[in-house]
Design a protein around this ligand. Structure first.
Ligand code: OSB
Ligand code: MG
Length: 376
């Protein structure tokens, strides 16, 4: 049993080192909800990946905060918590709010790994000692700026370049990139920017030999993605649409995609992320780990998850310095010249949380404590 004495919620504000633009909007700085579990004489952290606005998903930091404060944290403090894997059951009365649930659940797994004196990656069932890394490159002001950015990331060693795209920032960009780099591993991510009228247009992208086309259509769709997939050689990858294992099964069965992006926050925590991973593995569908502009806390958790065997394609988990002038963990996450991150082998997440720095970045806080419980 894990005894959780208190749950601390904080909002930290952190400017991005480089603005990040997608088809749904521009992000220049992050407002991030962090949760810290206190108990068993230690502290364990989780990061909520909900954004500043409900643009990627229907959650945002403020909804995650209120659900955590009023529903999830009280349930966790009241429950008999055996392990990280107990969390989905503890939270099951609350529908949705998966990113809020994931922050707490992942912190429990982190705590469990520390208590068991085991690397988090191993506790999750991971077997990889290094993970292959790619980068997600936002929409830039000009095509020239994009070319410079790609050249820089390739020089740093990244194994796959993913281009954010939208109508007006697609074929001309793909053409220019392929002209300069005919052979690199290239993919694109539309974040749901296209509709049925664009099917003919997208069907023309096979000539660019993309590894995948990520979430071209509606954020909640499987059926029309399956219709589009029939017209493509290139595999569709689903991100936004996959909320859980059942979604993965449905999408694979209807052939809506040939690849799945797993984001632990989007599916509600490590338990469901492992379930999606396993369901895809059993059906021969490769997965990779997506990113949500995380600080080191969420990044460390993504690294541990990416060590599972079916994370066989390079993910969007990249170096701390691509996001932050200074991260909130030590050491910062670094990527080798071969485009890999070494999975830590020490107990817990393998990184030290810099509480002093977090303290300085905190703009809002709240502590919830366990009611004194009489033990039988
Ligand atoms: O769709 O993968 C996405 C960032 C925020 C919201 C959605 C997405 C992204 C990224 C960036 O692509 C991934 C990263 O570098 O963390
Ligand atoms: Mg995506």
């Amino acid at each position: 049993m894990l005894k959780i004495d208190a749950i601390h919620l904080r909002e930290i504000n952190l400017p991005l080192a480089y603005p990040f633009e997608t088809s749904f909007g521009l992000t220049t700085g992050r407002r991030i909800l962090l949760v810290e579990l206190e108990g068993e004489g230690l502290s364990a952290w989780g990061e909520c990946v909900a954004g500043e606005h409900p643009y990627f998903s229907d959650e945002m930091i403020d909804t995650a905060w209120i659900i955590t404060e009023t529903e999830l944290a009280p349930r966790l403090l009241d429950a008999e918590v055996r392990s990280g894997g107990s969390c989905p059951d503890i939270f099951k009365q609350v529908r949705g709010h998966r990113m809020a649930k994931a922050a707490l659940e992942n912190a429990v797994w982190d705590m469990e790994a520390q208590i068991d004196n085991m690397p988090l990656a191993e506790l999750l069932g991971g077997t990889r000692s290094v993970i292959p890394c790619g980068v997600s490159i936002g929409i830039q002001k000009t095509p020239e700026a994009l070319m410079d950015k790609i050249a820089m990331e390739l020089a740093a060693g990244y194994q796959r370049i993913k281009l954010k795209c939208k109508p007006g920032w697609d074929v001309t960009i793909f053409e220019a990139v392929r002209k300069r780099w005919p052979d690199i591993t290239l993919s694109c991510d539309a974040n749901s920017a296209y509709r049925m009228r664009d099917f003919d247009h997208i069907a023309g992208w096979d000539v660019f030999n993309l590894l995948m086309i990520e979430q071209p259509l509606w954020y909640d769709d499987f059926y029309f993605h399956a219709m589009l997939q029939k017209r493509l050689e290139t595999r569709i990858c689903l991100d936004e649409s996959i909320r859980n294992r059942r979604d993965a099964l449905a999408a694979i069965d209807m052939e809506s995609c040939g690849i799945i992006n797993i984001k632990v926050g989007r599916v509600g925590g490590f338990s469901e992320a492992i379930a999606v991973h396993n369901a895809a593995a059993e059906r021969g569908i490769p997965v990779w780990c997506g990113g949500m502009l995380e600080t080191g806390i969420g990044r460390a958790h993504n690294i541990a998850l990416s060590s599972l065997s079916n994370f066989s394609l390079p993910g969007d988990v990249s170096a701390s310095q691509r996001y932050w002038t200074e991260d909130i963990i030590e050491p910062e996450v670094t990527v080798s010249a071969a485009g890999e991150i070494v999975v830590p082998t020490s107990a817990g997440s393998g990184y030290v949380v810099r509480k002093d720095r977090i303290e300085a970045l905190t703009v809002r806080r709240q502590t919830l404590r366990a009611q004194a419980r009489v033990m039988a």
